[in-house]
Design a binder for this molecule. Structure first.
Ligand code: ACO
Ligand code: LMR
Length: 612
């Protein structure tokens, strides 16, 4: 790279500080300029403990990852070709991080974005940069760009402005200003009145910029690809007089069109600061008028006002063209940057099928709603868990007796001691050192057709038998001879006629007292009379009672036939046992943890070892 060049089409930067938007804007610029490699090599993100090691970004419509390092040293070692540091550190840490970059062997240009860097620190950085022959752009800058090649961070604003200002390919004009905001406007004005920017730099508005207007004008003077120079000065300071001096000694010969803003400052008392820290006229010399006059005096093309700045640029450009000093440039239509999906969606330009349909709750609004009922209503009106299950499971506001029934079922099924298979497995798991979720899962996975998971089947089989007019005996025979399974809801390992299950008694009592009628329960009790003749433990068990009484409950709800069938087919009734019994299983898990119970191993005397 020639010494007057800071950037080219292969320039890569390290970004100090995590700036997702700025990085994406740089890569989008790369894309429209048809760069072959991304202009961001790495990110340094010192503060983030356990930070992600990669930052995912779009490269056109594809995604690529950019490595993130905790230190600049590591980033520089891994990416020696990255010779630009764009330093987003705050004014508090801009000095040490910029100093560290200046002291590396590979970083050549440091861009300091922060405003408010203490002047003493800026001057010390300038000294180091001069010694190590490095360039600082800033502080208090947005940076700059080499058209068609490399853009610093957010320079030039949106991709629309970049396209409008033709920054995706090099023009013939070298531009430098103090103001980043004005630079964006100037890029467009120059594109309107010439073939566009070749390179644009904003040196920043501090009183001691790392590089000055004349530094970059001299670079443009030395660069054969720059045919004319445009500069926007500013009231305050004396940087513009360095340009006058450079012209006087013949260091700047290319046509220079320049305007110093702040001519309005003369109507304010001296010392009024305009925007930048450096934009304050301390003496008459530092006023915009004085500077514009001095520049015009040495042959700089100075418009009457900012309003005819564009005309002067156009006249100069056309003259150079007529003298054959400007070749027509290679125009091309930049590739269209894919629109971000969310933006396109917001504009209604794209649509995407959803992957999940939910009809029971919505957490996207201000207030969480269960089936449309705001959570604050449920809490403030002290509505029951049966009410909540009604909405989240059945999508209904259940009448009070139904809410109550559900709550009774949850209480009755909460636990049945450590010996039952579900609790046992949960206990064995937690004693094997498994965590709560795994131990609970072990218990829940035990629930099935013989233990806790017979509720839905009991409801289905008893409903079919009753509704089809089978007598209880016919039903028993049908289950044995045709279906060939034990009747779901009948039978228990320890409960019997002589040792009734109080839970079943309590459920029957509630139903008889609160349900307008209960034909299915009555039918089941007739079946139980027959089965207990065979064996005293073939009673209507708690699974059976829950499921069969729910049939009676459904008869008293305004449910369609399809809704009733859905309740039976979707295992909602088994869900009542899962929900209830999870309470007890977790109780056993906590109990074993509390006891610090050790690994369980089944005693040998409980096992018959036989080789038969
Ligand atoms: N329907 C018809 N006959 C049955 C039933 C039943 N539900 N349960 C057992 N029998 C019969 C068996 O066919 C067997 O008859 P046989 O001697 O002519 O061969 C006899 O009763 C003994 O069978 P076992 O399986 O030894 O009886 P056990 O007491 O071990 O069974 C169990 C208890 C597992 C609950 C059983 O009754 C059953 O599978 N029931 C259906 C599933 C069910 O409802 N489970 C929920 C239980 S409650 C809960 O988990 C919360
Ligand atoms: C239970 O609720 O777990 C029981 O009815 C099963 C059992 O064996 O006690």
């Amino acid at each position: 790279m020639d010494k007057y060049e800071l950037f080219n089409k292969n320039t890569q930067a390290i970004i100090h500080g995590f700036q997702a938007d700025a990085i994406q804007r740089m890569l989008d610029f790369d894309f429209v300029c048809k760069r072959s490699t991304p202009s961001v090599a790495a990110v340094v993100r010192a503060s983030q403990e356990g930070a992600m090691e990669y930052h995912k970004v779009f490269w056109g419509s594809k995604e690529i990852v950019i490595p993130i390092y905790k230190t600049l040293d590591l980033a520089v070692k891994k990416h020696p070709n990255a010779d630009v540091l764009i330093n987003f550190s705050s004014f508090r840490s801009a000095f040490p991080t910029s100093k560290e970059a200046l002291e590396t062997d590979t970083i050549r240009t440091i861009v300091i974005i922060a405003e408010g860097v203490p002047e003493r620190q800026s001057r010390e950085l300038i000294e180091i940069a001069e010694k190590r022959k490095k360039i600082i752009i800033g502080p208090a800058t947005v940076g700059g760009l080499l058209a068609g090649a490399f853009k610093i961070a957010n320079t030039a604003g949106t991709i629309d402005n970049i396209i409008k200002s033709k920054l995706y390919r090099p023009g013939s004009v070298g531009f430098v200003s103090k103001s980043g905001g004005m630079s964006n406007e100037m890029y467009f004005m120059i594109a309107q009145n010439s073939d566009g920017i070749y390179e644009g730099i904003a040196v920043g508005g501090d009183r001691y910029p790392g590089s000055t207007l004349v530094d970059h004008i001299l670079r443009f003077e030395a660069n054969p690809r720059v045919k004319m120079i445009v500069c926007l000065g500013e009231v305050g300071g004396r940087d513009e007089y360095a340009i006058v001096d450079a012209i006087k000694v013949g260091k700047v010969k290319k046509p220079l069109v320049m305007w110093v803003t702040g001519t309005c400052s003369k109507i304010f008392p001296a010392g009024v600061q305009f925007g930048h820290a450096g934009a304050m006229a301390g003496t008459d010399m530092e006023t915009a008028d004085a500077k514009n006059k001095a520049l015009a005096h040495v042959g700089v093309i100075v418009p009457q006002s900012f309003d005819d700045f564009g005309d002067r640029i156009r006249e100069t450009f056309e003259r150079l063209k007529s003298e054959g000093r400007i070749e027509p440039i290679e125009e091309f239509t930049p590739p269209e940057l894919p629109m971000d999906f969310n933006k396109a969606l917001a504009k209604g330009l794209v649509r995407r099928p959803t992957d999940v349909v939910t009809t029971i709750s919505n957490e996207t609004g201000d207030v969480l709603t269960y089936n449309g009922v705001p959570i604050d209503k449920i809490i403030r009106e002290d509505l029951s868990i049966g009410y909540v299950i009604g909405h989240l499971w059945f999508k209904k506001e259940l009448p009070l007796f139904a809410q109550k029934y559900i709550e009774i079922v949850l209480k009755l099924t909460a636990d049945h001691g450590p010996a039952v298979s579900g609790a046992h497995n949960a206990i064995v798991a937690v004693r094997a050192g498994k965590d709560l979720m795994s131990s609970l899962a072990s218990g829940i996975l035990t629930i099935g057709p013989r233990f806790g998971g017979a509720i839905s089947d009991a409801a289905k089989y008893f409903k079919d038998a009753h509704d089809s007019g089978k007598t209880p005996q016919e039903f028993i025979d049908y289950m044995k001879d045709v279906i060939g399974i034990n009747i779901p809801g009948i039978g228990h390992r320890v409960k019997s006629v002589q040792n009734p299950d109080v839970r079943v008694e309590l459920l029957k009592e509630f139903v008889r007292n609160n349900f307008p009628n209960h034909p299915y329960l009555d039918y089941a009790l007739e079946v139980e009379k027959l089965t207990t003749v065979k064996r005293n433990n073939l009673i209507l068990n708690v699974d059976g009672c829950i499921g069969i009484c729910f049939l009676d409950l459904m008869e008293n709800l305004d449910l369609t036939l399809e809704e009733k069938q859905d309740i039976l087919d979707t295992e909602m009734l088994n869900g009542l046992f899962v929900l209830g019994r999870s309470i007890g299983m977790m109780g056993h898990i906590f109990d074993q943890k509390r006891q610090r119970a050790d690994l369980y191993r089944q005693p040998w005397d409980e096992i018959l070892y036989t080789t038969k």
